[in-house]
Write a protein that binds this ligand. Structure first.
Ligand SMILES: Nc1ncnc2c1ncn2[C@@H]1O[C@H](COP(=O)(O)OP(=O)(O)OP(=O)(O)O)[C@@H](O)[C@H]1O
Ligand SMILES: [Mg+2]
Length: 265
């Protein structure tokens, strides 16, 4: 406990970047962290310096019955990592089919992870609706929805607010405290970005948990397969990340609590 899901109706908004760097920032607060990649792109591992040729992973191994503890990688950051695994498209579809037939293949291991009261689990979801998000959102203490500070980001806000979030009925009517938004790639020098960020902050109030600056160092950190707080700790984006990690920590339950009631509470 607890589980933090990073999701978005839209692709390419920075979910994986946030999942990796937020896990690292929370780890630096002294927590034990496990980061799970639920996206067949298998990109989360790259932020943690795992070599491209290392293809093993948890979800990719599900149809073969891999044990999640055997798929864990220790990373230099101290964050434990469960990569998705590198697989062909047909195999990725087989994983989806396996989850469709037996949701417990994923929920069982995640419940085992959450049984450890001192462990914080961060899950990087694929873009848009997914079986993984449908299964994990009810177990999550917090779902962070990442949007860009642009017109499309604004257009998606009503979808999220209305409970049509990602088109998943299972997310209808979440307690507001468990569903928060994060704006990524805010550029204070760009008029539209600045205006959207201010309008979203006004409109969403505390439901907007934080915002991250658009800076080249963020993309460069990934190119170097490093974490932002290692590669550019003095950047605005790094400061934004530390602030966001504080706010995430404050929004998470402090002690173990049962999750059975899920979103209904
Ligand atoms: N704050 C930022 N400033 C600059 N570049 C960023 C920022 N956040 C993310 N990026 C870059 O944007 C690109 C997309 O980021 P990322 O892969 O994290 O998005 P995603 O939402 O996980 O994408 P997908 O939907 O494909 O999983 C990457 O090249 C990343 O380095
Ligand atoms: Mg991603």
């Amino acid at each position: 406990m607890p589980l933090l899901c990073i999701a978005s109706p839209k692709g390419g908004v920075g979910k994986t970047t946030l999942a990796a760097n937020l896990a690292d920032a929370l780890r630096r607060q002294g927590r034990r962290l496990l980061a799970i990649d639920l996206d067949p792109q298998n990109a989360l591992r790259l932020h943690f310096g795992v070599p491209l040729e290392e293809r093993a992973g948890f979800l990719a191994g599900l149809p073969r019955g891999i044990a999640w503890r055997d798929a864990i990688r220790r990373t230099p950051s101290g964050v434990a990592l469960l990569p998705f695994g590198t697989i062909a498209a047909a195999e990725a579809l087989a994983v989806t089919a396996a989850l469709e037939a037996s949701p417990a293949l994923l929920t069982g291991p995640v419940r085992e992870m959450l049984a450890d009261p001192a462990l914080l689990v961060v899950a990087d979801l694929p873009p848009g609706p997914s079986r993984a998000l449908e299964l994990l959102a009810p177990l999550a203490s917090l779902v962070l929805v990442v949007l860009l500070a642009d017109a499309q980001g604004v257009a998606l806000v009503p979808e999220i607010e209305s409970g049509r979030f990602l088109g998943l009925g299972g997310l209808a009517g979440p307690a507001p405290s468990r569903l928060r938004l994060v704006l990524n790639q805010v550029d204070q020098e760009a008029r539209l970005s600045r205006t959207v960020a201010a309008a979203m902050a006004r409109h969403l109030g505390p439901r907007l948990l934080g915002a991250l600056a658009r800076e080249e160092v963020v993309a460069e950190a990934l190119a170097e397969q490093r974490l932002l707080l290692d590669s550019a700790p003095a950047s605005q984006a790094a400061q934004d990340l530390r602030d966001l990690a504080q706010d995430v920590a404050a929004a998470l339950p402090r002690v173990a609590e049962p999750v059975a009631a899920g979103w209904a509470r």
